[in-house]
Design a protein around this ligand. Sequence first.
Ligand code: GTP
Length: 361
Amino acid sequence: MLEAILLVGGQGTRLRPLTISTPKPMLPVAGYACTEHQVALARAAGVSRIVLGTSYRAEVFEDHFGHGENVGVEMIYAVEEEPLGTGGAIRNAAAYLTCGPNDPVVVFNGDVLTGLDIAGLVQKWRDADADVALYLTRVEDPRPYGLVPTDSIGRVQAFLEKPTTPEEIVTDQINAGCYIFKRSVIDSIPTGRTVSVERETFPELLAAGRMVIGVVDDGYWLDLGNPLAFAKGSADLVTGKAPSPLLTGRTGQAIVEPSAKVDPSAKLTGGTYVGHNVVIGANAVVDGSVIFNEVQIAAGAKVTNSIVSTAAHIGDNSLITDTVVAERVFVGANNELQAGARIFPDSRIEGCAIRFSSDKS
Ligand code: GTP
């Protein structure tokens, strides 16, 4: 039996205002919470028991997953009264594990979209007799991430969090947010205080000469931390560029829930997801966007690379680009919201053209 810990307790500040009511890992990407995609991936790799490390809006996870009856995996909740950071959350969740000290435990950040071969990573952890195996991915610009250089046999040499100078950018390999831990290593993390695995636990393991390996996997990977990445992740799932066991046979230009009413002249492209009871009017265009349930998009509106949350209304001929529209927002006719606009819940936007600094036009 393989056990996993999913870290889902963060505040998701970069995705506000969507995360005011819903924790980031529970926001729908291509119609399913990121956590649901991860649970399906873990299950396919043989994981049968998952401890969710929750804190912020912990009740939302329990209400949705219960004991895991509908997802085919036993679900347990380790709730932190105060967020304990990534390491503290893993340590807190360990109280609910049943495996032995030398067994592997899969640990996942809750906002990572990936097709990682988890079983393959566990096998590499075994082959190397490792204390920890880290999933690494390569990115063009590693500056916002934690860099993880490795030697010729894959042993991790350092952890360099969010480098700033060119000298610090020694590799394009970054920590991709999934690990295989030996259970006893988790048990050695201090209890009852905030701990970061990236800044504290991993560097300490290296300093103590423990076997920490990095495994580069060049398959699909995306951190859904900010709104543009969130919309892209959803679009990639809908088009099939990002794999998910939940969407097999449904991928294409758009996924539209059967209860949605889409005018035949409307165009849905670029991996758009259209939720339950959505109404989309004549000649509207929705491209690469996530449309939550109960939304109305009126005739001639154009929504591009945006997230429109539950029960929002987008008026006739309005243009919405690279924007987050929170729940129950009313956008009247002929408005323009562009390049990083974030509209908070229940707002009313009329007679408005909002353009942000990244929009030079
Ligand atoms: P931002 O506030 O936008 O940075 O997002 P975040 O709060 O989710 O932080 P970050 O993206 O760095 O977190 C990575 C993962 O770890 C996410 O899945 C978080 O839910 C999770 N996480 C971060 N801090 C904690 C914590 O204190 N407790 C638990 N249980 N999970 C955490």
